[in-house]
Design a protein around this ligand. Structure first.
Ligand code: NAD
Length: 360
């Protein structure tokens, strides 16, 4: 069985790194790596050569049985891939149904890593958690460099500066990492979430939990939040407006699986924020938590910068690739038996990730 690792056209990360290949040790598996695949993430070809053949993209696409990437392979390249090949990537299937249909039509199979269930057994494969953690960390660093001031309190002979105030909306994996990072930089942090479990986690990181009563919190939603009523959203927006007006930085991370991200920060709220404040919207690519965000664009509104960077993990490509690689290797070990693909639908993880219908 040949596993192909391709270069990401618009991303500095690489799906599998040399240290993972070294440890992989699955009978009957050989790796082919596209030349330069890991260079932007600091993994040079010479490091891969010990564990597989470093070769051309075309050759890999023609021969691989499994192609592993982070982002889906561009549609125009799909016809060049051998029929029956399994594509493993982050397909965001709810937003990319046309692409999935095209993959099926070409006789290819697809496994989407973002569909891995949030269960204890699947934790080692959970790319959403590892990438969200990086995004949360990086969002704070970005805010700290964009803010026209300090994060920590400064008492100097030239005057004193109060610590900056950070508001984090959505305290899941990214939000909690953002809280921890902002606290380490000396900010005063407040955070909010609709899941009751988030309160204790937020407080344990030294931040204040902003509670909006009446949220729907379904425990059987697999750890994910569910859509809230219009009445709750209105009350939440009102509470957020009060907090945002006195914050220097707002980091939003709220997502609802398979749905457009909820609007937590309205244009009116942004208008009430201080000029020079920063909004980092980590949900910008799924519709945005801020009404004014635009994916991969910085919008300036009344002096407030709203940054909609949708791929912060790519800005930390060495460690992001390392985490992704370890996650994906654990997934590959699950679907390969005796050197063959073993897509057992009875396994919940495999069943949830296989997004094309023609799998055997
Ligand atoms: P996510 O990316 O889907 O959403 C981010 C956060 O936004 C969540 O905490 C969510 O509750 C919150 N949110 C959604 N709507 C909101 C609204 N209107 N207002 C405020 N906040 C809102 O979630 P995530 O970060 O991937 O993780 C969510 C949960 O899953 C967490 O409890 C996490 O601990 C759990 N989890 C479990 C596992 C596991 O057991 N293997 C792995 C990862 C995450």
């Amino acid at each position: 069985m040949i596993i192909g690792i391709l270069k990401e056209p618009n991303d500095k990360r690489v799906s599998l790194v040399p240290s993972t290949l070294k440890k992989f040790k699955v009978e009957g598996v050989e790796f082919r790596i596209q030349k330069g695949a890991g260079v932007q993430a600091s993994y040079v070809d010479a490091k891969y050569e010990k564990y597989g053949k470093v070769t051309d993209r075309e050759e890999i696409m023609k021969h691989a049985d499994i192609l592993v990437t982070i982002n889906p392979i561009p549609v125009n390249e799909l016809p060049r891939i051998k029929k029956g090949t399994l594509l493993v990537a982050v397909f965001s299937p709810f937003q990319n149904q046309e692409l999935i249909a095209r993959i099926e039509k070409l006789g290819l199979k697809a496994a989407s890593l973002d569909m891995i269930p949030r269960t204890t057994i699947a934790q080692t494969m959970d790319i959403l958690s590892s990438m969200a953690s990086i995004a949360g960390y990086r969002a704070v660093l970005l805010a700290a460099t964009e803010l026209p001031g300090f994060f920590p309190m400064m008492i100097t002979a030239a005057g004193s500066i109060k610590p900056c105030k950070v508001l984090v909306l959505g305290a899941g994996v990214a939000g909690l990492q953002a809280i921890a990072t902002a606290r380490r930089l000396g900010a005063i942090v407040e955070a909010s979430d609709v899941r009751a479990a988030a309160k204790e986690e937020v407080e344990s990181l030294g931040a204040k939990f902003v509670e909006v009563p009446g949220a729907i919190d379904k425990r059987d939603a697999g750890g994910y939040a569910v859509e809230q009523t219009a009445e709750f959203m209105a009350r939440q927006q009102e509470e957020v407006q009060k907090r945002a007006a006195s914050s220097d930085v707002v980091i939003t991370t709220a997502q609802i699986l398979g749905k457009k991200a909820p609007v937590l920060l309205t244009a009116e709220t942004v208008s009430k924020m201080k000029p020079g404040s920063i909004v980092i919207d980590l949900a910008a690519s799924s519709g945005g938590n801020c009404e004014l965000s635009k994916a991969d664009t910085t919008v300036i509104h009344n002096g407030v910068k709203i940054i909609g960077h949708s791929n912060l993990p790519s800005e930390m490509p060495r460690d992001a690739s390392f985490f992704f690689s370890n996650n994906v290797a654990n997934y590959l070990k699950l679907i390969i038996k005796d050197g063959n693909l073993d897509l057992d639908r009875k396994n919940e993880i495999i069943d949830k990730t296989l997004i094309t219908k023609n799998q055997t």
